[in-house]
Design a binder for this molecule. Structure first.
Ligand SMILES: Nc1ncnc2c1ncn2[C@@H]1O[C@H](COP(=O)(O)OP(=O)(O)OP(=O)(O)O)[C@@H](O)[C@H]1O
Ligand SMILES: [Mg+2]
Length: 365
């Protein structure tokens, strides 16, 4: 398929080259024809004695000046066409109107901000798949300063909860509120830039240096602050082991880093931002035991003194949470602490039992 697409691109380029060639040939023919015509006509007028040789020369020099100018215009025209088509793509993004209403302006002052989160009767389905309801009458209160873990098997809507809190999508019914203010009334820039820190399941890194990737959390941070954040995220050590240290280029989407390293850089970024509310969508499943522990320690340090919503895939994170919420098909089926839920022998018990078995399997391997 790739070869076919390349072939098509090559054909189109050939066509374009042919067009450009014909255009330039045409203009050249025209421009040189101008000189030729001047010489021919001038020669004729000179031979019949209607014009002096000096006049013909003067005319010829002027005609050549014009010819050069017109040739410049034809080159310029080519650049304009290229510029307009390249600019078109940029302006398409600049002029894009967001689908959701972004007129909210409410912000909470830093020292008045608590971080109480409340999902009230939330019903939600993705706009691209309206018939599949992901959350149904979902209610959840996260008190300020507490850690709430959400667990449930894959595809149950855990990441969706994080996306709604960040307001990547608007709810269909109900409301999501922080400190009693609906997120739809909040200033989106402030909400995502200052209030919430989000470490997503697939950390997004940019094709630049490690330092710049961390700085993304707070654009005006000093180098000292960046090192401090990296230390908290357990990342400083491995970054300094790279030959280029903090200047190491991470490649497109961070492909020259391991999964655990990428995640710790994402954690450092969130720590640097220092938000009152932290959302962690764990993706420790791809990590081996030792890097998992590294990431785990980094997360623990990063979540001190904040309201934390953690989407947990690992038992180690869940045990210490103040409240555990078990999600099944978009609704909460169980809620409580680790000990309470274990006694109930319900969904939670089943989930952790499966994990224990998984651990046994890997041990026996
Ligand atoms: N952008 C999207 N458009 C349409 N449907 C989506 C979109 N993102 C997720 N879904 C669907 O919503 C449901 C919940 O997805 P979600 O990502 O919240 O699952 P999850 O609980 O985080 O799973 P995992 O544990 O694998 O991360 C899934 O059925 C998924 O197919
Ligand atoms: Mg998820």
């Amino acid at each position: 398929m790739f070869a076919e697409e390349c072939e098509t691109a090559a054909d189109l380029s050939t066509e374009l080259g042919l067009g450009v060639g014909l255009f330039q040939a045409g203009t050249n023919l025209f421009l040189n024809g101008m000189v030729l015509a001047t010489m021919f006509l001038g020669g004729h007028l000179m031979s019949t004695g209607q014009m002096s040789a000096g006049d013909v020369m003067a005319f010829l020099v002027n005609a050549q000046t014009i010819q050069r100018s017109v040739a410049q215009i034809s080159l310029l025209f080519g650049s304009v066409v290229k510029g307009v088509s390249a600019g078109g793509r940029v302006f398409e993004y600049i002029n894009k109107e967001p689908v959701m209403d972004t007129s909210g302006t409410k912000i909470v002052k830093y020292h008045e901000f608590h971080g109480d989160i409340e999902f009230k009767n939330v019903t939600f389905s993705y706009p691209s798949r309206p018939e599949a309801v992901v959350l149904k009458n979902f209610n959840l209160k996260i008190p300020a300063g507490k850690t709430v873990a959400i667990i449930g098997s894959s595809g149950n809507g855990k990441s969706t909860i994080a996306a709604l809190l960040e307001r990547f999508y608007d709810v269909n019914e109900g409301s999501v509120a922080i400190d009693g203010i609906d997120v739809r009334d909040m200033d989106g820039k402030w909400l995502r830039g200052r209030a919430l820190g989000f470490i997503s399941q697939e950390p997004v890194l940019f094709a630049t240096s490690v330092r710049e990737n961390i700085r993304y959390g707070k654009p005006d941070a000093t180098d000292e602050e960046i090192y401090e954040a990296a230390k908290t995220a357990n990342a400083d050590e491995f970054i300094r082991k790279f030959p280029a240290g903090y200047e190491t280029l991470v490649g497109e989407r961070g492909m020259s880093l391991s999964g655990g390293q990428k995640q710790r850089i994402a954690i450092a970024r969130a720590v640097l931002k220092n938000p009152p509310v932290m959302i962690l969508d764990e993706a420790t499943s791809a990590l081996d035991a030792s890097s998992e522990r590294e990431v785990q320690r980094a997360l623990e340090r990063a979540s001190k003194g904040r309201t934390v919503l953690v989407i947990a895939h690992r038992l180690s994170t869940i045990i210490n949470a103040d409240l555990i919420v078990v999600l099944h098909r978009g609704s909460i089926v169980e809620m409580g602490t680790h000990d309470q839920l274990k006694k109930q022998k319900g969904h939670y018990w089943n989930l952790i039992k499966q994990q224990d078995q998984g651990a046994d399997d890997s041990r026996s391997l």
